[in-house]
Design a protein around this ligand. Structure first.
Ligand code: KG4
Ligand code: ZN
Length: 360
């Protein structure tokens, strides 16, 4: 039996400064310093503010991750760092930090694709076999991926405009609910009637697995304006009905596209069919339940990693680095930071950007 490799992971591609130590599939430590408060006044992540905050916090996060794991650099087998895609200033900060450590210690450097980190998380948490189907749904990501191998992905579809989490957040803003919008909309929807407002199901009438959410958000805005023009404001009931209608529309769209993606995946007759979901929107109860039912109906295992591993973290980067180093894939000090880095370079470029900046 080979010894489990121990890697330090570093993540700074968006608005979380994170470091973690992972041995095999065991997370020895995982530190995440968020920047939400720094960007709160701006309605989105400000790249320059994010990069400066990463540069200030990276050393501390690495120190904290090693301390919590009770290890020194000497106990590591390598340093994995997010080398893209993401906001370039943040990615550069992380890559420079990792290069500095590797130059000083002689440890191997492994550049990891941030999306691969998300996509491989179900192997870290549940050790599922390749190939599996994955849906990334957060405030910045929305794509269906066939995960064929640690370095082989097929993108079956993705959003052509907003990410679903972004649509939840905008809906909350339109209706005067707090941020982050997802949990607020889900809570309000519990008391609502999903059928009172007729809301669109964008792209359902077109073939394929691409998704769109911006039209739905506009429909919510129009419906709100209609009620305000008629009654002078929104009642709690109006809010609840709009939230329920919005959530039902998102669920319908995600489920239909998942059904299509599952058909493509299952046509390959995988030995142990598995569908994994990740990203903040995976926390949504009705969406999770609907996906679970879909999977049960097709004999597919449904995997939803714990939320702290679905959102941005460095344990997923360390783990993706372990899979790379096990296949002899190591970088050197010429490793470049890449703002765009599609997992599937055969797929057409995605048009959507997401509120958290350009994603491949
Ligand atoms: O993965 P995440 O923490 O960060 C990135 O976007 O990268 O996802 C955050 C997003 C937010 O847009 C938030 O509103 C959404 O996930 N979210 C939810 C729920 N909890 C968080 N959306 C729907 N229902 C929820 N319960
Ligand atoms: Zn992410």
């Amino acid at each position: 039996m080979t010894k489990d490799l121990t890697l330090l992971g570093i993540e700074s591609s968006c608005d979380d400064t994170a470091a973690a130590v992972v041995r095999g599939t065991e997370i020895l430590s995982s530190i995440v310093y968020g920047q939400t408060a720094l960007h709160a006044d701006f309605g989105g992540v400000v790249p320059e503010i994010a990069a400066r905050a990463h540069a200030e916090k990276l050393d501390h996060s690495v120190e904290a991750a090693l301390r919590e794991a009770n290890l020194s650099f000497a106990a590591l087998d390598g340093v994995a760092v997010t080398a893209g895609p993401g906001l370039i200033g943040g990615v550069l900060s992380g890559v420079m930090c990792a290069k500095g450590i590797c130059a000083a210690t002689g440890l191997p450097l492994i550049g990891v694709n941030h999306l691969a980190g998300h996509a491989l998380t179900p192997r870290l948490t549940d050790q599922i076999a390749y190939p599996y189907l994955m849906l990334l749904v957060s405030g910045g990501h929305c794509q269906f991926l066939l995960v064929n191998e640690h370095d082989s992905y097929t993108r079956l579809g993705g959003t052509i405009d907003d990410a679903p989490g972004e649509a939840f957040d905008k809906t909350a803003r339109i209706l005067g609910l707090p941020q982050p919008g997802g949990p607020a909309v889900e809570a309000a929807a519990k008391a609502g009637d999903p059928n009172r407002f007729v809301l669109p199901r964008p792209l359902l009438n077109q073939p394929g697995c691409d998704l769109s959410f911006s039209g739905l958000k506009t429909a919510i805005l129009r419906a709100r304006d209609g009620i305000v023009a008629e009654n002078g404001g929104l009642t709690i009931e109006d809010q609840a009905d709009l939230c329920a209608g919005f959530q039902a529309a998102v669920t319908d769209v995600l489920c239909e596209k998942t059904r299509r993606a599952l058909d493509i995946y299952l046509a390959q007759s995988p030995a142990r069919p598995s569908f994994a979901i990740a990203g903040g929107v995976a926390a949504n109860g009705p969406i999770r339940d609907a996906m679970l039912q879909l999977c049960a109906a097709s004999g597919t295992a449904f995997i939803a990693p714990p939320l702290h591993l679905c959102t941005d973290n460095a344990a997923m980067i360390a783990y993706a680095g372990i899979e790379k180093i096990m296949h002899g894939r190591v970088d050197d000090l010429t490793l470049a930071a890449r703002p765009r880095w599609p997992l599937d370079d055969q797929a057409a470029p995605m048009l959507g950007f997401g509120k958290k900046g350009a994603k491949a």
